[in-house]
Ligand binder design. Sequence first.
Ligand SMILES: *Cc1c(COP(=O)(O)O)cnc(C)c1O
Length: 385
Amino acid sequence: MVHSADEFGFATRAIHAGQDADPASGSVIVPIHATSTYAQDGVGGLRAGYEYSRTGNPTRTALEECLASLEGGRYARAFASGMAATDAVLRALCRPGDHLVIPDDAYGGTFRLVDKVLTGWGIEYTPVRLSDVDGVRAAVRPNTRVIWCETPTNPLLGIADVAALADLSRDTGTTLVVDNTFASPYLQAPLALGADVVVHSTTKYLGGHSDVVGGAVVTSDEELAQQVAFLQNSAGAVPGPFDAWLTLRGLKTLAVRMERHSDNAERIAETLSRHPAVRRVYYPGLPGHPGHEVAAKQMRRFGGMVSISLAGGEEAALRLCGRTRLFTLAESLGGVESLIEHPGRMTHASTAGSLLAVPADLVRLSVGIEDPDDLVADLLGALDG
Ligand SMILES: *Cc1c(COP(=O)(O)O)cnc(C)c1O
């Protein structure tokens, strides 16, 4: 049984943790346990601890053990989507009258859940720039229960200092949750930096092939893990066994994919930062990025997401989105294929007019693992044509 980070490196755990050969058949790959229920040996005599697949399924357990190992946490739960995971964590932690601190450029769906759903249940929130730790401290109130952190942020690639926020959260008796979707556990380990909980949209880098939607919660806090599991079993936002299997298959190559995503994104960020049609490149790997030093301290590399603002404004941004041949115009991110999108009109349209609205001249790139020369040529051709 491969689990411990003390004994095995990240790439080894991605391939083996939770994934021993199947004892019944010898199958090297974890089977897709397509079953809703499990035979019992006498009433209550469970053969392997499973009774019903909303509560637990062996394919899902394999995924959860692997996720826990990769994030360095004791407990993981796999969910039907990243938003289902986010919802479960916030409902496990918050009661009416509680207050949340959220990033002022939070993922649009997280903002919508907090602003449109949780406020209806009597939960208050304050959006804050997380790179400003004093600003976060000033936003914490006696009823603040959670500091929600994303780093790098979506779509502006802002960087928050996770260790500094963890100190603040300990001082103030709040819980620090880190949405680690953009970095993936290969590039950043929030629990080791002092965070209490990690949330993922496994739809993105963890699955890595744009073929499955999923989410995850990882923590070493036993009571919180039990509450999340209780809520999940009560509300039912579970991934099916095939979804769990696809995500587990994606995880096996996470380490090599993240290296290549980072190589390609670095090359594109450097190339575009010298291009006259590009007003600004948002990439934490560039030395001029305001979060570069913090990112270099807490991340192994800088990841595959690059945003740019166009000198020609919104019109130029929309034109670029319609002209690339390899970068497919689509929402989402983190797959092996490169994607391009206009956050203001697509992923972040719901933030229009709010504090979290994104610039209209912004284009977001999810840089894939294709040949870097082809990706650069595609972008330059679309910018120059
Ligand atoms: C996509 C995403 C989510 C939501 O995940 P789904 O799987 O789409 O529900 C949450 N946070 C971040 C940073 C994301 O990119």
